[in-house]
Design a protein around this ligand. Sequence first.
Ligand SMILES: [Zn+2]
Length: 302
Amino acid sequence: MKFGAYLYEAEKAAGFDFHVLRVKLETGNRIPPVQDMYSNIAIFADNAAIRSHPDWISQSPLGPARMGNNNFNIYWSVVCATQPEHRAEQLDYIEDVDRHSLGVWLNSQYFADHSHCTCPRCKELWKKSGLNWFEWRRKEVTDYIAQIRMRVKKELVMCIQPDPVTACERYGVDFNDLAEYADAFNVVMFSKSYATPWYWEMLTRGFKKLLKKPVYISLYVYGPGDTAKDVPSASELLSVSVRCARAGIDGILYLANGASQIRDFQKAAVDKIELRKTLEGYGGKHVKEVLDRVKNWEKIVE
Ligand SMILES: [Zn+2]
């Protein structure tokens, strides 16, 4: 089992096996990749692209994929997943980022949500394909991932939404299709509270059963602009880590703005002596690996 730090800033955190840097955010903001970190790229969620090209926005009968359209869980503006200029620019960008880092972790590499996209181009492409709506969307996503695979020479990881059942209907994502091209999956399980770990454990078990490549999960520690009141407690994070580890996952990533927030989390986790003792009873090889890792952090946070 591996442990990763998932960061907005390029400074590495001690005590992790690897680091993933958010080089292109859903805002469209980009920072340079770093040679010894993986690079996380949001492809179609891209506020900046929509600001420059308002007509690129993904369309649906329930309105466009614009931040504030509460018909969908959309927190950014999302480009139509068949937009040819955006696709081409992102392919070149992904290739360049791969060359200057350890590899690429993709998110937002699919349709905005259910019933997207009904722009004139998508309607035309769908009609021409002769496929049903869901098959056509799936093919669009999978074909684009195949093109990305041709450009990425190093590791390619697919970040996916924590929806194990309706990913195809909502996003055009077929897990088996993506597994053909992906080196691993990362199930994004960001939440500002992990008060009920049972649900996260259940999701993890579901994904571990479904996905035909190694499965990482990502947990939320401390995002940009957060205060201590906004974020999950160290106890919740420790408990949910152990519960998901028990489901047999291959790795956990912890998302934080920078290395200092990760260090604060490590220190708080180390200090939970009683809880760490209780969690030892949760059993299983992977549980021990989480608790051993926290033990290992004792040296770092002193
Ligand atoms: Zn479209």
